[in-house]
Structure formats: structure tokens, C-alpha cells
Design a protein around this ligand. Structure first.
Ligand code: FIX
Ligand code: ZN
Length: 928
């Protein structure tokens, strides 16, 4: 027994699998280990006497653990202990107090870090005995491996609570390191009491501690500053652990009991990638000073470990406590993003739905029965016909003044006894999660996914089609037409819309950000309306300053005349919506100008956000023109902007075959060469820079597309990517491998559409958005306002759809007649999605007519509208007008459904959500 201080002596409190297989082997120390409660480990190392008591551990012993490599190979390793005892036994307790260690290693699990746990009580006694010993100035380091934020600091405060007199001694001599630990540890299958740890190869950041200790920093053990530790903790919690929580319960529900089953479907990892890219990464960057690259690195490393076929953890085991894990690991993400993460939360809640039973709560996967297995002490899985499992819960919700355990509240929510959204919202607000005011979208998304899971739909199907609205039996059928109509109005008014084509640019692109009354009144729709009635010469008008143009348009269209057109009514609507009814009434243009300035006083980004939120627009797709130097400079500079905007690459000159413009833009971007490969490279560079939702162009009046007969001599050289009649539907033709080689033979009369745009759309899996039916510059003196309309030959689109079955086409038309033919085509081609009522058909009466026709012909497989806004505030009126038209259509159409056999709010919501963006997002994801 040592009575003097030993530089290499470590007291180990706890005998968990992690500390045994990770920390002890990592440090070159002599260990005296104390089991806090039971003595099973002690017995397994030292054996037991005939009366069942463990042999004394004074001589220590050796234990085994397994290390699994990436190939699945297992190596058994051995770790020596100089002493092993139990805090239950008097001799061990006495032995502990004789020790003078330099290190105290704590591995007690979260429940053990409390003032009443034996581990903490004996730790305090040990420190007290050290403080009163002759060598009390000897330094001691305490390292804790329990997954608790600021674990060292927490332990220190517990010790001080138990032994307040130790304050000065602890300050002077004991360093309580905060630590982050990271290593997946399971147990050797079949080992008694799951005693033998089985761990993965140590990851690079296995243990990170702060403040730095005098132990050497190694590849897996890091001494770091407080700041670095906090970043490491954030990365682990919000990236690695968050994705674990978002999938573990779902795996249980699908009947998988090991995490490596994540590989059974491509959908799981794809979902986690999407969660990381679209929700976790933006959140982490926002809430920390971490760079995207290091977060991506963390996800990359974790992703490999998570999907390692050779190392799976018990999904049931790790789903324990997930009600709280949602709070710790996913809350930040859910605060500002909710689309993907909400599915993970729904899977947790579905898993935690159950009824009280002896020993815990009983849930059902409903998937399979099987052998009863204990996954944690006293907790079982699959012990019946319905994939039952027993789980613990300590989250209690206060529902209408009554305390109800979460599993029971969820069961009642599922069965319609409680309002499910009230249960979900109470859970999110409860201390378990701690989101004081969860957004409505978050609650409704979680409920949406949860209902689908309750109805028996698999998690895989839910995440593949995130935006589907489930059948909801908790809503009853409409009792009368009044209720039906008011529900339709309510759903249409409140749906968050995806605006899939606008000309808006974010406030950060300052010179391109259009806002305020002068921009509103200079809109080209109003310019053309003004010029048609005014006697002012067009050239004279065009030469006026913007402010002067505003004034003449105001006087003519808003004072001399009554604003009855769609565009003029829109301006009045904006004024009303932004609190300028008085100024409108008094026709006070200057008052309006100052009010707009005042609205922007708190910053353009805040103002911009308020317009999006007032208009209830989820996000708007921009039109980003690589031919515009001024616009692209913002992307080149990497200016960041609000997530309310998404990008689209506008490439009209490629469609028009305008080599001149293309070459000029390429030269400006420093691209050498002018052949097909160079153009492709240029477009690809922009795609990787701005990550567009789609490529887009509006077709010129004389736009044609001829299929090329590939049997003709030379056809292959000019159709390297497979365009032409040979390339028919369902034909999986990969002949574009050598495109680069072939392309050198192509000269500038090459067809940019067939040889660049369409092949690239296919290669990059980017839809091609076409706006068809504009007759540009029928009156060129009017500039933007001088474009007309043309009805086009629909066989052109037909040929495109036939020849390019792997390219998705998003198409809208200007001519009413074409709209009908488009519906017919959509009924034949899955690679077509029609959207919006554009420009000359963006009028209430026409929107109604087109939308009704589309519903009748296509169900909900279309997007009813896009705004084409150029000025921020137009979002307010364009969408208001379109929502009004939609309400009128749906009141009638839903009524027909209701008269047929009844329907409810969920049925209305499904229609509304699909045609205002849901179908579009589904189309983008669809595999052709
Ligand atoms: O091609 C387009 O994207 C059109 O929307 C524009 O050219 C047009 O000027 C417009 O703003 C229509 O609303
Ligand atoms: Zn447009």
C-alpha cells in the first residue's frame, strides 16, 4: 500500500466499459480501481470465494477488452490493474484513503455525478484525506470520462458542496479538467453481464481535456485551451451525437437492433447527409465561430464510424434518454431549421409512445416479434408478437394542469384523446428540450411525420418523401360548406410558400437589391401601363430620373386614374400591408417615401426577413445570371445571404446559341478556349460556385429543337451526349464518357443547347427550367416593358421530353392555349413539372382558370404559382393576389371532394402544400 505520493498512481472511480477500454489503456499509469456500487467486475477479475464474495483485490488483476478494426477483425487486449476493490467494502474504503494519487479518473455515468452517489461521496473523502496529509501540496489531476458538459467543473462543485472546507486546498492543488470523450464502446457478444468491452479503433479526438494536464498530448489524447474544448464539444454534440439521435430510434422502429444496419438502406445515410448539409451545418456555423470545413471534417469522420459494417451499437441501448437528447443535441438545429430534423424528432417520439408497465413503459414497433433480449439492466426488446420493448422515461408533461408521462401523453395524442400538436408543443417547451417558443412549422412538421409513423408508414418512406401530408383521423369531416370554405381560406392563407422563380436578389447584394416605392412604381408592368395612356414621348420618359418616373407614373395611374389593374392594385396592397393606408388615402407620395425609409431603419436584412415572414414565403429562388458581371461579383466575393434565397443559374445565351455572349462572359471569367469543353467547364464552375436549384432560360420566339437522327453520318460527333432519336425513353445510355475528346472536333457552329446545356443538365442532375412564350422586344423602345407574347408549337417541348428522359424540365408558358397542351404533356412525361402563371397570365381570372384546369387534369402534380417578383415588397401583393385566386378555386374543387364522400382539414392541407411547393421539391428529388 502506498502511503507516499506516487507520480504515476491513478485512482479510478468506476468500472464502466468506456473507462476500462479507452482511458486506462491510453495513459501509462498504475491503477487502483474502485467499483462504486456492485462487485460484478471485481468478481470477474479476481474470482470469488465459495461463499460468493469476491476475492480480495489487493493484488490487482488483469482484464480483457476487444478492439474491432475497420475490416471487422477483433483483437483481444489485456489491461493490468494494481488493485481492484469495491466502494461497498470496508477494506477497500480504508485502502482508498491511504492512497496519494497524482491522478483521479472518474467514470461513473451521468447518474453517478450527483452529491448522493457513493462515487462522489468517496471522492470527497479521498480529497479530504489528501488535503490533511503531510504531502498536501502535491498536485492532483482529475479527469472524468462521463458525457456531461463541463464534467470536471461539475464534479468540483459537488465536492465543494459536500466538503466546503476544501475550497482553498482544491484551488491550490487539484485541477478538475473538463473533458470531451469520443469512442464507440459496445461489449463482446455473450460476455457475462456484458462485462467485456468491445471498442472501435480510437478516433483522432478520443479524449480532449482542458485546462491542459502534464500528461503528454498524443494522437488520441489532447490537452487544449478552454475555447478549443468548447468547440470540440459543440462539434461532437451538434454534429456526431445529433445525427445519432436523429436515426437511432428510427432504427429500433424498423426492427434493427444494431446501428450498422444503417447500411441496409441508402435512404438512411442520405437523410443524415441532408440533415447535416441543410440544417446542422448552417446552425453550427451560426452559433459558433467554427469554419464549415472543420464541421464537414467532423461529419465525414463520424459518418464513416456510424456506417462501419464491423461495429454496431445496440440501437435500443442508445435510444435510452432520447427525450432529453433531442434537447441537448438537436435543439439548436430545430430552433432555426425544421424540415429534416423534425423527422428525427418524430421518430424519437414515435419510439417513446407507450403505456405504463411494470419496470417502465411498453412501446411497440409493430414490425416483428422474436426472441426476448435484455438490452440494458431490466429493459427488454422484442418480447412479443408486435416488436414490443420496455423503456424508461423521466419526462413528465403538464397537459391542462395534469402531469402526464411523455409516453402516455403521446399515446393519447395518437388516439385523439389529446390534441397531438399540443402534446408535441408542450414537450418541446418542457425542460427536456427547452425550446420556449417552438415555431408553428416545427410543431406541425413533427406531427406530420409522427402521424405517418403512427399509421404504420416506415421511417424510410417518411424521409424519402418528407413533404407528404399524412391522413389525419384526428380531424373530422367538415360539417358544412361554411366550415369547409373557412378551412380552405385558412390553409391557403397560412401555408408557407416556395416561390420557385423570382428576380429578387438579397440585401447583401446591395446594388442589386430592389426595394421601396420608387422601385415598385418603376416596375415594367406599370411602365407599360403608363406609356399606353400618356402623351409623353417614350424617349422623353425613358430619359427621366427614376424618382421623376415614379412621380409621373403615380400621378397618372394612381391619381388621375383608379388603380384597377393587377399591377396597380398590387402597389396599393403593399402600402396597406405596410401600414401606409393613411398616406395612400391622402396620395402622399413623399410621406410614403419616408415611411419606407423608416421601415429599413433597423437594417436591410431585418427588413427583408420581415417581408418574407409577412408574405409567408419559405424561400424564393433567384435568377442568377453568370453573364452579368455586376451580379456575379457578389458570388465571386463569396458574400453570404439569408437562407430565404436559393440560387438558379440563368443561361439564356446557351439556349439561343449566342456564342458571342458566351465567349465574352467566359473570357471575363478567365476561361481559356472557346470550344464545347471550355463552355461546359465554365458552366460547371458556376454551378459549383453557386449550387443552383436548376439551370434556366426563357426561350426566344423562334426557339426550335430538332431531334437529330443518330443514324446519319457525323451525328455522333455533334451529339456526343446522346441527343437524338436514338435516345429514347428508358434507354440508359452512358455514351458521354469521352465527351471531352470528341468535343475538340466541334466548332462554333455547334449547338449549345444540345451539346452543352442538355448534357450538363443530365450530368449534373439539375433540372432545366424553361419559360416559354415570350416574343422579345416587339416594341424595343419600351425596354423591359417591350416584350410580347407568342403561342408556341408544343411539339418542340415534346421532342425535348422524349429525347432527354433523364433531364427534368420545369416549364411555364405565357400563352393560355399552351397551358392546356402542357397539362396533356405532363400527363405523359414524368420528367416534366409545370409551374406558375407567368406575367401575362398572372391575373386573378387567369390564375383561377389555369389552376382549376391543372387540378382537374393533373391532381396536385404541379406548382400553381411563382411570383416573378423583381422588387422585394412585391412578394406581399403578388402572393396575396395569388392566394385569393387559389382560395376561390379550392373552395369549389374541395367542395366536390366533400360532396363525394367527405373530407377534412388534412385533405385540404395536402392539396395546398403540394401545389405551393411540395410537389416541386418532390420533383427535384425524384429519381428518373
Ligand atoms: O424571362 C423571365 O424570367 C421573365 O420573367 C422576364 O423576362 C419578364 O421581364 C418578367 O419580369 C415577367 O414577369
Ligand atoms: Zn422571370
Amino acid at each position: 500500500m502506498s502511503s507516499t505520493h506516487d507520480e504515476n498512481l491513478a485512482v479510478v472511480l468506476g468500472s464502466g466499459r468506456f473507462i476500462r477500454s479507452v482511458l486506462l489503456p491510453l495513459l501509462p499509469l498504475k491503477y487502483h480501481l474502485f467499483q462504486p456500487r456492485s462487485n460484478t467486475f471485481l468478481k470477474s477479475v479476481c474470482g470469488e470465494s465459495s461463499d460468493g464474495t469476491p476475492n480480495p483485490g489487493s493484488n490487482g488483476g488483469t482484464y480483457e477488452y476487444d478492439v474491432v478494426d475497420s475490416e471487422g477483425g477483433t483483437t483481444t487486449k489485456y489491461q493490468k490493474l494494481d488493485y481492484i476493490g469495491s466502494l461497498n467494502s470496508k477494506p477497500s474504503q480504508e485502502h482508498l484513503l491511504t492512497l496519494k494519487p497524482s491522478y483521479i479518473l472518474v467514470g461513473l455515468t451521468e447518474a453517478g455525478i450527483t452529491p448522493t452517489s457513493p462515487g462522489m461521496i468517496w471522492l470527497s473523502k479521498l480529497l479530504k484525506s489528501l488535503s490533511s496529509s503531510s504531502s498536501s501540496s502535491h498536485k492532483v489531476s482529475l479527469i472524468c470520462t462521463d458525457n456531461l458538459p463541463q464534467n470536471g467543473t461539475k464534479i468540483k462543485s459537488i465536492v465543494l458542496g459536500l466538503e466546503p472546507n476544501l475550497k482553498a486546498y482544491l484551488e491550490e492543488n487539484v485541477t478538475f479538467h473538463d473533458a470531451m470523450v469520443d469512442c464507440i464502446v459496445s461489449y463482446r457478444p455473450g460476455s457475462l453481464y456484458s462485462q467485456v468491452p468491445m471498442r472501435e479503433i480510437l478516433p483522432s479526438k478520443t479524449i480532449v481535456i482542458s485546462p491542459p494536464s502534464n500528461l503528454p498530448t498524443t494522437l488520441n489524447f489532447h490537452n487544449v485551451s478552454k475555447k478549443t474544448l468548447s468547440n470540440e464539444v459543440t462539434k461532437k454534440l451538434l454534429i456526431a451525437n445529433a445525427t445519432h439521435t436523429a436515426i437511432a430510434s428510427a432504427l429500433c422502429l424498423e426492427g434493427y437492433n444494431k446501428t450498422d444496419s444503417i447500411n441496409t438502406s441508402k435512404g438512411y445515410l442520405k437523410y443524415l447527409d441532408e440533415l447535416f448539409d441543410s440544417e446542422i451545418l448552417p446552425t453550427v456555423i451560426k452559433v459558433t465561430n467554427l469554419q464549415p470545413e472543420e464541421c464537414e471534417e467532423t461529419w465525414k469522420e463520424w459518418r464513416v464510424r456510424l456506417s462501419s459494417k464491423s461495429f454496431g451499437l445496440s440501437t435500443y441501448f442508445i435510444s435510452q434518454g432520447s427525450a432529453k437528447k433531442v434537447g441537448i443535441r438537436l435543439k439548436e438545429t430545430l430552433r432555426s431549421y425544421d424540415r429534416v430534423g423534425s423527422a428525427g424528432v418524430a421518430s424519437v417520439l414515435r419510439y417513446l409512445t407507450g403505456g405504463k408497465e411494470e419496470g417502465g413503459f411498453r412501446g411497440e414497433t409493430g414490425r416483428r416479434g422474436g426472441e426476448k433480449k435484455e438490452y440494458a439492466p431490466g429493459l427488454y426488446m422484442e418480447y412479443g408478437e408486435k416488436g414490443e420493448y420496455l423503456f424508461k422515461n423521466d419526462t413528465i408533461l403538464n397537459i391542462d394542469g395534469v402531469e402526464v408521462p411523455l409516453p402516455e401523453a403521446l399515446t393519447r395524442g395518437r388516439d385523439g384523446v389529446y390534441d397531438l400538436s399540443a402534446v408535441v408543443s408542450t414537450y418541446l417547451k418542457s425542460p427536456s428540450v427547452g425550446l420556449p417558443s417552438p415555431s408553428q412549422t416545427l410543431v406541425s412538421n413533427i406531427c406530420k411525420h409522427l402521424r405517418r409513423l403512427y399509421s404504420g408508414e416506415s421511417f424510410e418512406s417518411v424521409i424519402t418523401h418528407l413533404d407528404v401530408v399524412p391522413l389525419d383521423h384526428s380531424f373530422s369531416h367538415f360539417k358544412d360548406v361554411v366550415e369547409l370554405e373557412s378551412t380552405v381560406d385558412d390553409e391557403v392563407d397560412n401555408v408557407e410558400i416556395i416561390d420557385l422563380h423570382t428576380h429578387l436578389l438579397p440585401s447583401e447584394h446591395s446594388d442589386k437589391f430592389l426595394t421601396g416605392i420608387d422601385e415598385l412604381l418603376n416596375y415594367h408592368y406599370l411602365v407599360s401601363e403608363y406609356i399606353m395612356s400618356s402623351e409623353m414621348k417614350v424617349s422623353e420618359f425613358m430619359n427621366l430620373t427614376k424618382e421623376r418616373k415614379t412621380e409621373v407614373i403615380w400621378n397618372e395611374l394612381f391619381i388621375r386614374m383608379t388603380p384597377v389593374s393587377e399591377a396597380t392594385r398590387g402597389v396599393v396592397n403593399v402600402l396597406k400591408g405596410l401600414g401606409m393606408a393613411k398616406e395612400w388615402k391622402e396620395r402622399d407620395l413623399n410621406g410614403i417615401r419616408s415611411k419606407f425609409l423608416a421601415l429599413r431603419a433597423s437594417g436591410d436584412d431585418a427588413y427583408e426577413e420581415s417581408i418574407f415572414s409577412l408574405s409567408k414565403i419559405k424561400y424564393a429562388v433567384m435568377t442568377n445570371i453568370p453573364f452579368s458581371k455586376e451580379e456575379m461579383k457578389h458570388f465571386k466575393e463569396g458574400t453570404t445571404f439569408s437562407k430565404r434565397y436559393r440560387t438558379a443559374l440563368r443561361v439564356d445565351p446557351l439556349l439561343e446559341g449566342d456564342w458571342g455572349k458566351v465567349k465574352l462572359a467566359m473570357a471575363e471569367d478567365g476561361i481559356k478556349g472557346s470550344g464545347i469543353p471550355a463552355v461546359k467547364k465554365w458552366v460547371k464552375t458556376w454551378c459549383s460556385k453557386i449550387s443552383p436549384e436548376y439551370l434556366m432560360a426563357s426561350t426566344p420566339k423562334n426557339f426550335t429543337y430538332e431531334s437529330v437522327d443518330m443514324t446519319q453520318p457525323g451525328a455522333f460527333a455533334t451529339n456526343v451526349s446522346g441527343a437524338g432519336k436514338k435516345r429514347k425513353i428508358e434507354q440508359d445510355d452512358d455514351c458521354c464518357e469521352d465527351a471531352g475528346e470528341q468535343a475538340s472536333r466541334i466548332n462554333e457552329s455547334s449547338d449549345l443547347l444540345k451539346e452543352v446545356l442538355l448534357p450538363l443538365a443530365e450530368e449534373l442532375q439539375l433540372p432545366l427550367a424553361l419559360k416559354i412564350g415570350c416574343d422579345r422586344q416587339v416594341n424595343p423602345t419600351l425596354g423591359l416593358a417591350g416584350d410580347g407574347i407568342v403561342t408556341v408549337d408544343m411539339s418542340i417541348l415534346l421532342r425535348l421530353l422524349q429525347d432527354w428522359p433523364k433531364v427534368k424540365f420545369l416549364v411555364t408558358f405565357l400563352s393560355l392555349e399552351n397551358q392546356h397542351s402542357a397539362c396533356v404533356l405532363k400527363g405523359k412525361f414524368r420528367n416534366l413539372h409545370i409551374y406558375g402563371c407567368w406575367w401575362y397570365v398572372n391575373q386573378g381570372s387567369l390564375i383561377e382558370r389555369i389552376t382549376r384546369m391543372r387540378l382537374e387534369m393533373l391532381g396536385t402534380n404541379f406548382t400553381f404559382q411563382h411570383s416573378d417578383c423583381r422588387v422585394l415588397e412585391q412578394l406581399l401583393y403578388k402572393w396575396k393576389h395569388s392566394r385569393e385566386a387559389l382560395k376561390l378555386v379550392l373552395r369549389g374543387e374541395i367542395r366536390k371532394v366533400w360532396e363525394n364522400g367527405g373530407c377534412n382539414r388534412a385533405d385540404v392541407r395536402k392539396v395546398v402544400e403540394r401545389i405551393t411547393g411540395g410537389s416541386y421539391e418532390e420533383f427535384l428529388k425524384m429519381r428518373l
